[in-house]
Design a protein around this ligand. Structure first.
Ligand code: ZN
Length: 96
């Protein structure tokens, strides 16, 4: 997160805005700022959801790679196992 805005920072920004723009324009600026922050939060939550989805897909494909299928019955077997836990066929004989 590039911005870590707490109450003191927001207060400081409000003071600076008051000095720069004057009290007359504050409601307008506040509205624009609120819209910008809402848009930013929506975008960042979309991004977080997207990243979470991508990470889960990566994890799924990685776990599929470490769990090869038995060449005889097609059941998933432990990585490093010598015999299929499902049908008992030798995994070292047929797998390359
Ligand atoms: Zn098997």
């Amino acid at each position: 997160m590039p911005f870590n805005l707490g109450a003191p920072e927001l207060f400081l920004i409000l003071i600076v805005a008051l000095i720069v723009f004057g009290p007359g324009k504050l409601p307008e600026i506040g509205g624009t700022l609120g819209k910008t922050i809402r848009e930013f939060r929506r975008t960042s939550s979309d991004l977080t959801a997207e990243l979470t989805r991508e990470a889960r897909l990566l994890k799924d494909s990685a776990s599929l790679e470490t769990r090869p299928a038995c060449p005889t019955c097609g059941a998933g077997v432990e990585g490093g196992a010598k015999f299929c836990g499902h049908c008992g066929a030798s995994l070292t004989a047929k797998t390359p």
